[in-house]
Design a protein around this ligand. Structure first.
Ligand SMILES: CC(C)(COP(=O)(O)OP(=O)(O)OC[C@H]1O[C@@H](n2cnc3c(N)ncnc32)[C@H](O)[C@@H]1OP(=O)(O)O)[C@@H](O)C(=O)NCCC(=O)NCCS
Length: 185
């Protein structure tokens, strides 16, 4: 079985996932500066360029998580990131998250990137469960996750306070016993 210290390159029809690094700073900065990304990821604060660079520089050295850049095969450009984190070795579980900047959205890239990293997590890293949280005001993300095989398992009430309103977070997961899921509906 592979472990998290090995950082793979995963190739699909629309995207290539490859290790995230310092070269992704301009793309990640542009994505994080996008107000839609800030809202949909519930990011209240900002981080300095120095901290962001240090974060990117150290992703390849992490022994317990996987951070991959999403490269749009049509343009050859990185458009976002996809992550398995919060690894729990005793229970063989991880959290999943994804972020795509404006240039990459609504073309199926997010769905394919999700399927690729979830498949790697289950088939190569031996994960039993991968879960995520998605805010109730983000039906596009919920749809992409459903197409990739995640199912809704619950709701965390009022988890986010955004623009004067409380927003629920929907918990979704996929289990190794359900994988691989059939092709998108
Ligand atoms: C969420 C995200 C990863 C999805 O990736 P994507 O490449 O844009 O999505 P896809 O094109 O693969 O799939 C989107 C699906 O949602 C559907 N959709 C789009 N807007 C929708 C809406 N308002 N309501 C319901 N469905 C919607 C699309 O039609 C498509 O489904 P279909 O293929 O059945 O037609 C990406 O948009 C993103 O990163 N957004 C900004 C940050 C974010 O939301 N991160 C996730 C936080 S949990």
């Amino acid at each position: 079985m592979t472990d998290f210290s090995y950082k793979p390159t995963l190739t699909g029809e629309l995207v290539v996932l490859r290790p995230l690094g310092e070269q992704d700073f301009p793309m990640m900065k542009a994505a994080m500066d996008d107000p839609e990304v800030a809202k949909l990821t519930g990011s209240h604060g900002t981080i300095s360029d120095e901290k962001a660079l240090e974060w990117l520089r150290t992703r390849k050295d992490q022994p317990d998580r996987l951070d991959l850049a999403i490269v749009d095969k049509a343009s050859g450009e990185a458009v976002g990131e996809v992550v398995l984190n919060e690894y729990d070795p005793d229970n063989r579980s991880c959290n999943f998250r994804i972020l795509i900047g404006p240039a990459g959205r609504n073309r199926g890239l997010g769905t394919e990137a999700t399927r690729l990293i979830v498949g790697y997590g289950i088939e190569r890293l031996g994960l039993h469960r991968i879960s995520l949280g998605v805010y109730a005001f983000n039906p596009r993300a919920q749809r992409a996750y459903e197409k990739a095989g995640f199912v809704v398992e619950g709701r965390l009430r009022d988890e986010l306070y955004w623009d004067g309103e409380w927003v629920d977070s929907i918990v979704m997961s996929v289990l190794e016993t359900e994988w691989p899921v059939s092709s998108p509906m």
